[in-house]
Design a protein around this ligand. Sequence first.
Ligand code: SF4
Ligand code: SF4
Length: 413
Amino acid sequence: MLYRTVPKTGDRLSILGFGCMRYPSTRTGGIDEERTIRQIRQAIDGGVNYLDTAPVYHMGKSEVILGRALADGYREKVRIATKLPPWSVFDRDDMERILDTQLETLQTDHIDYYLLHSLSKSSFESMKMLGIFAFLDSAKKDGRIRHAGFSTHANNAVFREIVDSYDWDFCQIQYNYLDEKNQAGTDGLEYAAGKKMAVMIMEPLRGGNLAGRVPAAIQAIWDKAPVKRSPAEWALRWVWNHPEVTVVLSGMNDEAHIEENLRVADTALPGGLLEEDLATIHRARDEYWRLMKVGCTGCGYCMPCPAGVDIPGCFASYNTHALFPHDRTTKFHYIGQHGGLMGEKSSAGLCRQCGKCAKACPQHLPIPALMKDVAREMEGMMGVVVPVLKGGLWCMNKLGRVRRFVTGDKSHA
Ligand code: SF4
Ligand code: SF4
């Protein structure tokens, strides 16, 4: 296992991190806890020392099972990263209560890397108003958290604004060879690293879409390469090739994939790819772009939209859906990201057809017309799914408050 140093703190982290959002399931659809714990320990025994979870993963069970997996001396070998969900925070007491519950659930007295989860412009504004920076300062001071950071899928401008707002230790962004100009992108990666922040990478395989079953035209490119690597290895090596990257998270739930990722993480040095390797990856990237429905590069010149549409974000989901129509999770991700579940609504259906964006687009995309296509394709179930999921989150939040009332825990009330 290779390790990289967090510039601000000197902490040594494994370049491969374990993402705890996709635990293996049993035949009946529940989490296979025994196998999950074995896999987590297999990764740690192989050198992984960074594990990333969140209250919302597996509807709260991810943290519970991770806490159990880290018994028997494993806690001391690793750094835990978990997240504060802004959509469940309405006042400072909520911040305190959620963090204390997480410490209890994870069976630890401190969180090594604590993130604000999936910040958007609006959720960041509301967290600032609720005093998030004072909370992070005090939680660091009393030792409940060691390092403060955030994750986001926001565009580059919002990302830079968040980076500049606080003395963050780290951030977590989506990054892979298809997303160089999408969300924070390469510019955001370099910007954060330039401020000595550690940068953790999520979605290095775009939710698994760059691995496993890939479009035939892409597989043909990998097959012609002089060196034989799986699509997953090509994608991971591309991310690790960037010296600004600290940890790459992988949501591993198969023993063979864990072994493969551990093997690749033994040799994936920054700058380790040859010119011919990069040329092969660029051919695959160009083919992906050719197969996509909309030639949006994610440059963001069309933004902001007066109706609140996240134009590049909507196109990114629409393209992913076109490339991988068999992947049913893309629509759910779209709804989660743009349906108003984790911040303000930013879906294509908000488009008022004003045409302002089209004038600014260097690709000359007919954005208003395309927005109609995106809304038709991606938003069919949104009117049902969003209220149901919002209701679920509301109940989880209320249950936490009821539990506090019943147990008489008034320490943070
Ligand atoms: S045409 Fe639609 S997407 Fe474009 S700026 Fe106007 S409202 Fe926004
Ligand atoms: S200006 Fe055009 S290419 Fe750039 S993000 Fe907007 S739609 Fe995409």
